[in-house]
Design a protein around this ligand. Structure first.
Ligand code: AMP
Ligand code: MG
Length: 417
């Protein structure tokens, strides 16, 4: 038996960041920059108005006040998108819209709310200081600034910045393409009602969805029979298009454990018992000309999901140029007792909630956990109902109400009502 950490270390020491590719900005959403991006433009690119109002010479309004309004002639209108080179003479004003270029000579903008909104002449009731409501070129981004550095993940906000500085395509680490294969003679295609002895292949849908949710590209193959040559030819064919392969089933001690039987002697594949519950039988190694990482997960759905979270997701993140872990474990307080196996890390399906007030003992946690339901590794209803896995160390055999436990998030945390 090896530890969770030993198996994980072997995986993360093996997988490698994928070579970079060029992608259009929106196609690069969720990917990580493979290079720094330097701006060749300034933002704003030109002096412009921060308000709808009137471009003025501030000195002309020095004496403006509620009791002493100042009237200025309005010599024109400037809308956003106006590209004329305009000049504002002293003693004049121009109606200007938010984002429109400031006319030369003007040094401030009076917001329309402090005026009578006049069209040919305008009455102003308040003074403005030089520079007020004016956006200066380069105050946001200067020419030559590194706007985003290598390793930054591109989400909506970063995509906006890259677009604003004129970038169309970026070099990023691509999303890993992950082939999902399930094995078992009992499996039938999803969308079919199972008969006696049949089981719907829920694993391949679950893992396809999990791969996608992680921001990777899932290629679902679905169910393969427990037949050595069928499995071998499937995996050989799939290696051609995969950056990683996940299989489920066929890795335990049973008589028809085809995956283990076929892959034991191939590449760097190794099959181990890992001291965890659920998820004990695990296989990992690289196969094929491109040394493609292959994760052979146990067939029980909960074991497969926990194995994905603990071993596969960290590897896929690293391949995508992301940190191995992106979300910290959440400390929470157990709301009741439960038992845990000796010598194995328990990943208990739990419901994690915010309790609003914090825990009376004064510990930092404002979260509580309760077991989500039946904990067998076949039990899908409790998996679907859980929003976290409580990670109970191997040397702990019982959790008591009030104990602090660390939780690995699977989904959003409910607010206390
Ligand atoms: P195995 O690891 O192949 O011995 O499978 C262990 C248990 O998981 C068995 O009860 C299988 O029926 C079930 N199982 C295996 N593969 C799948 C799958 N793709 N979807 C749902 N259940 C599965
Ligand atoms: Mg099987």
């Amino acid at each position: 038996m090896i530890t969770v950490q030993e198996h994980l270390s072997r995986i993360v020491d093996t997988v490698q960041r994928l070579p970079p590719i060029g992608l259009d900005l929106l196609d690069a959403q969720g990917c990580v920059l493979a290079q720094d991006v330097t701006s060749e433009v300034a933002l704003p690119g030109f002096r412009n108005s921060a308000m709808d109002g009137y471009a003025v010479h501030a000195a002309d309004l020095a004496l403006a006040g509620d009791a002493t309004p100042v009237t200025l002639p309005v010599s024109g209108d400037i809308a956003a998108g106006d590209t004329r080179a305009l000049l504002l003479a002293p003693g004049q004003s121009m109606r200007i819209m938010t984002g429109a270029p400031m006319p030369d000579g003007a040094d401030a903008v009076v917001p329309v709310e402090r005026t009578d909104a006049g069209l040919t002449s305008v009455i102003v009731w308040a003074p403005v200081s030089v520079g007020q409501h004016v956006r200066e070129p380069g105050e946001d981004v200067a020419i030559g600034d590194v706007v985003l550095s290598e390793g930054t993940r591109l989400e909506a906000r970063q995509i906006a910045l890259l677009a604003a500085v004129g970038t169309g395509e970026v070099r990023v680490t691509p999303r890993p393409r992950v082939v999902v294969i399930s094995t078992g003679d009992e499996l039938i295609e999803p969308g079919t009602r199972p008969g006696f002895g049949q089981v719907v292949d829920s694993n391949s849908l679950m893992l396809t969805a999990a791969v996608r949710a992680l921001g990777c590209i899932a290629l679902r193959v679905g169910g393969v029979r427990d037949d050595a040559s069928a499995f071998l030819s499937t995996i050989e064919a799939q290696l051609l298009r995969a950056d990683a392969v996940i299989t489920t089933g066929g890795v335990s001690m049973g008589a028809y454990d085809t995956v283990k039987e076929v892959l034991s002697a191939v590449g760097t594949m190794r099959f181990d018992k890992v001291a965890m519950q659920p998820g004990m039988p695990q296989g990992f190694g690289v196969l094929g000309d491109n040394a493609t990482p292959v994760f052979t997960l146990p067939g029980n759905p909960v074991s497969a999901m926990v194995s994905f979270e603990v071993f596969v997701a960290p590897a896929l993140r690293l391949m995508a140029g992301r940190p191995q872990q992106e979300t910290a474990l959440v400390p929470a307080v157990a709301s009741h007792d439960w038992t845990a196996p000796a010598g194995k890390v328990q990943y208990a399906r739990v419901v994690l909630s915010r309790n609003g007030s914090g825990h009376p003992c004064g510990c930092l946690s404002g979260y509580t956990v309760a077991i989500a339901g039946l904990q067998g590794s076949h039990a899908l209803a409790s998996l679907a109902g859980a929003n976290a896995l409580a990670v109970i160390p191997a040397d702990v055999t019982s959790v008591r109400a009030g104990d602090q436990v660390s939780c690995h998030l699977l989904g959003p945390v409910r607010e206390a009502s």
